[in-house]
Design a protein around this ligand. Structure first.
Ligand code: ADP
Length: 328
């Protein structure tokens, strides 16, 4: 009984991207209380908390996967949402770390979470919201909320990023201006010409400080657009792209190792082996809510990467955690 209850805190969903060219598909969705994905060619079936077909829109994904975490944020619980998958499967679209899509149809999870929080701030008077937005590129951390894109990486000391800006926001509009500024910074580096959204991990953090009567809580919601998980063979074996690929794979592999260590209750969790797990240590633990949205394309051409993503997502599901309240 206890186990069933704790398992709910790691939520793993699959999102299947629309197939605009109507190519033949390599997977079938089996709906039900425990929805599953079947890959006939591999004779494998995977089951998950949620499987979102190509017809499910941004609003429905937000309501199912992130709205409950926003309510918990206001109550003092930390959460992290990761979008994982191969490049082009919809991670950036889902999280909302793109510049153009701030509308009701296409707006991503960040915009929707901020919108809901702003409603909370009107209801509960003493809510203070701050945001940070940064990326990890080639194992280095860059603040995305600087006026001009910073070429100098921030230092990481212990498990913390030194000097990362935290910006207070009072309205949705304030927050969207910063989000948009950060997205622009993510895309226009002059020294890192190959840096684009698929080659770096982008982390948008919302800090929420709430005073409610005697109770004071401070909690954080991270929305993470991970770099594409395709193999180096697909991305280029030489020069800058090779190094990017090594760094990306290191980070993603290490997230998998941390998840594996948590799920098998190991004493040592290998946080320090990559920058993303080092600085997300406080989020990748059993005392937080963790959500993975694994994004896939259903085409045959992508079957190998889709299988890898599903296997990663299946391992993530094995973590059983118990979130803790962050009081001050
Ligand atoms: P990734 O971040 O995984 O590389 P993107 O989010 O950039 O992928 O998505 C690639 C393209 O597909 C973008 O043009 C995006 O707008 C579009 N796209 C992705 N998912 C969806 C979806 N569910 N509905 C409509 N368009 C989508």
């Amino acid at each position: 009984m206890e186990q069933e209850k704790t398992e709910d805190f790691v939520n793993v969903a699959i999102r299947v991207r629309p197939n605009p060219r109507f190519e033949e598909e390599c997977l079938q969705i089996i709906p039900g209380e425990y929805p599953a994905l079947h890959i006939p060619d591999r004779q494998q079936t995977f089951s998950f908390d949620n499987i979102f077909s190509k017809n499910i829109n941004q609003f429905e994904i937000y309501n199912a996967m992130v709205k409950p975490l926003v309510l918990r944020l206001v109550d003092g619980y930390n959460s992290t949402v990761f979008a994982y998958g191969q490049t082009g499967t919809g991670k950036t679209y889902t999280i909302g770390t793109n510049i153009e899509n701030y509308n009701e149809t296409d707006g991503g999870l960040i915009m929707r979470a901020l919108n809901d929080l702003m409603v909370c701030t009107y209801v509960k008077k003493k809510v203070n919201i701050q945001i940070s937005f940064y990326e990890i590129y080639n194992e280095k951390v860059y603040d995305l909320l600087t006026k001009v894109r910073s070429k100098v990486p921030l230092a990481v000391k212990g498990f913390n990023v030194v000097g990362l800006s935290k910006n207070k926001v009072d309205t949705l509009n304030d927050a969207l201006i910063l989000l948009s500024q950060g997205c622009k910074n993510r895309h226009t580096g002059d020294t890192r010409q190959n840096s684009n959204s698929s080659r770096s991990h982008a982390i948008f953090s919302i800090f929420c400080h709430v005073v409610s009567g005697e109770k004071e809580t401070e909690a954080k919601l991270n929305l993470v657009d991970l770099a594409g998980c395709e193999s180096i063979k697909k991305t280029g074996n030489f020069g800058v792209q090779f190094h990017e690929g090594i760094s990306i794979n290191k980070g993603l592999l290490n997230i998998g190792q941390v998840i594996n260590a948590l799920s098998t209750n190991q004493d040592h969790i290998p946080y320090r082996q990559s920058i993303i797990t080092t600085i997300l240590k406080d989020s990748l633990s059993k005392s937080n809510y963790i959500t993975f949205i694994a994004c896939v394309r259903a085409t045959y051409e992508d079957m190998h990467e889709t299988m890898q993503t599903l296997e990663f997502a299946q391992r993530a599901k094995k973590v059983k955690n118990r979130p803790e309240l962050n009081t001050q």
